[in-house]
Every structure is written in C-alpha cells, then in structure tokens.
Design a protein. Structure first.
Length: 318
C-alpha cells in the first residue's frame, strides 16, 4: 500500500511541476483488476492531502459476457472508497490490428473524452511488469529506441505512477484493503503475444539469467528515455518556427540521429502522420547521401524531395 501511495504522490507532484492539475481534477482509469483498483485506492487516499478531486473512470469494452457486471462491481468498490465521481464508459471495439489493438484505441479515446478538466491527468495502472513486456515487444519487433524506451511515467494527459511497482505488490495492496479484484481471462489467453511474453518468455529469462530481468528491462527503458529526451531537445533547436522548407546545408553536418529527428518532426508538422523507418532513412539520404536521387513518396499523395539545396514536401504528380 505504501509503495502504491508513494508512487501516486510523486506522479502528482511531477505533473504539477509540469503545469498540469492546476484545477485539482484527477482521473483514474479502472478496469476492476488489481493494478487499477490499488491505484484508485491510493489516489483517493492521497486526495485530501494533495488537494485533489478524484474521478473514477471505468471502461467497459463489452468484449465478454458479464462485462457490465464487472464494471458495476468496480464502480461500487470505488464508491465505498469514498470516491465522489464514478463513471462507467462504454466503448465499441472495432477497426484494424486485432482485438488487443482495437480495444486499446477504444479505451484511450473514451478516457480522453471523459477528461474531467482540460489540465487533468488520467492515471493508468501499468506496472513494472507491463513495462518489461513493452520493452521486450519493442526489442523483438525492431521498433527502434522509442519503443524500447517503453512507457513514460508522465505523457499528458496520461500518468503511469506504477511503472516502478510490481503486479504482485498491487495484488497485495488490494488484499490488505479488502478490495476484491477481477482477473481478466484475456490475461491468460495464449493467443495474445503479450500473454505469452508474460507467462513463457519472461519467466524463462528470469530463470536463465538468475532473476532481475524485469528490473533490468525497466532500467534500460528509463536510461533510453533520458537519451531520447536529450536528442529530441537538440533536434528541436534546429526546427524553430515550423519552416515550409529545410535548408540542407544546415542539417548535413549534423549526426544522422539528430537529422532524422528533425525530419520526423518537420514531416508531422506538415501533416505526415504515418511514416516508416525505411521512408525516414530514404528522406535522410536526400541530405546525408545525396547523389541526385528522386523524391520519396509518402502516404497521402505527398513526396519529399530535394531542390536547390532545400528539402521540400509537395503533392506527388499523377
């Protein structure tokens, strides 16, 4: 209980230093599982001393029979904790990427719409175990440093105070407070990649490497986030004022890692929302490996090309 409460207090203090929570409105996403219930109990415990009004946001995905009853039970427990505002949010799980990805999109969309204030933060119950799984997924998929860096503790409007707390600790915190948590059957369904990582890959790594793997993966993620933040800050200095074109001579002497960050930010400012690593490297080659090659075709009928010493984004010709 102490570990969870301390984690919540630290996250709230960090959020306020970053300019959030001036209204004192804090949301907590609750599924009925041990992680989110322990988190909600800790947030409500800290509410008075941190001058917060806590809103319990229960997301009902409707993916299995009895989901509404699970949401209702979670709502009753939050009210028993003294939480003044409890809302059940219903969603429609649909779209590409499989059930897991579609449910994640629907959940975040519902939570974002339910923000209790413009400067509010919604706490999510991701634990150190979830962080370790995320890092392993990023490594296995070759998704780059941002993926291996895992989830950020504060990524407004989301707050993840429990990234240093284990799943076992949240279960013990619930038991100590008499909270009956729900175990999602999807969390033991081997058809989900993350479930197999949790029950097969991570235990094997812990055995082979004699323990400490989850801790090590979480530390690796934290170290990478620090490096990424430093590189992003350097890149931001080169991209001031949202320019329509980039001057090649200003970027060419920079390390490739900096150039590609500048390019990614510039393309997003210009409306390019989907960008593969291969496309980004091809665009970077227009600066770092220039030999007169043509432009790079992007989603939405756009093309990034070099002309007269500048990088431009234009409509592709039919």
């Amino acid at each position: 209980m102490s570990a969870v409460r301390t984690a919540v207090r630290r996250l709230v203090i960090a959020a306020r230093k970053a300019g959030h929570l001036t209204s004192g409105q804090l949301g907590v996403a609750v599924s009925g599982g041990a992680d989110s219930l322990a988190l909600a109990a800790a947030a409500q415990h800290q509410a008075r001393r941190l001058n917060l009004t806590v809103h319990g946001l229960i997301v009902d995905h409707g993916l299995q029979p009895g989901a509404d009853k699970i949401a209702e039970t979670a709502a009753d427990q939050l009210k028993e904790l003294g939480m003044p505002h409890v809302t059940v949010l219903t969603t429609r799980v649909e779209g590409p990427g499989g059930v897991e990805a579609a449910a994640r999109r629907a959940r975040y969309e519902a939570l974002r719409k339910a923000l209790p204030a413009q400067d509010a933060i919604v706490l999510l119950g991701h634990t150190r175990d979830d962080q370790a799984e995320t890092v392993l997924l990023g490594l296995g998929r070759g998704s780059g440093p941002r993926s291996i860096a895992g989830m950020r503790p504060l990524d407004a409007p989301w707050g993840r105070p429990l990234l240093g707390v284990t799943r076992a600790q949240t279960e013990r915190a619930c038991t100590a407070q008499g909270l009956a948590f729900w175990s999602d059957p999807h969390n033991v369904d081997p058809s989900f990649t993350r479930v197999r990582l949790r029950h097969e890959v991570l235990p094997l790594l812990e055995e082979v490497l004699q323990g400490g793997v989850a801790d090590a993966l979480a530390r690796t993620a934290a170290q990478l986030r620090e490096d990424i933040d430093a590189l992003d800050a350097l890149a931001a200095e080169l991209l001031v004022g949202a320019p329509e074109e980039l001057v090649v001579a200003e970027l060419a002497p920079r390390p490739a890692a900096i150039r590609r960050r500048v390019l990614r930010s510039w393309l997003r400012q210009r409306g390019v929302t989907e960008l593969t690593d291969a496309q980004l490297r091809d665009i970077d080659a227009l600066i770092g490996e220039w030999r007169g090659q043509g432009g790079v075709l992007l989603r939405g009928g756009l093309v990034a090309q070099r002309a007269h010493g500048r990088l431009q984004l234009d409509r592709a010709r039919p």
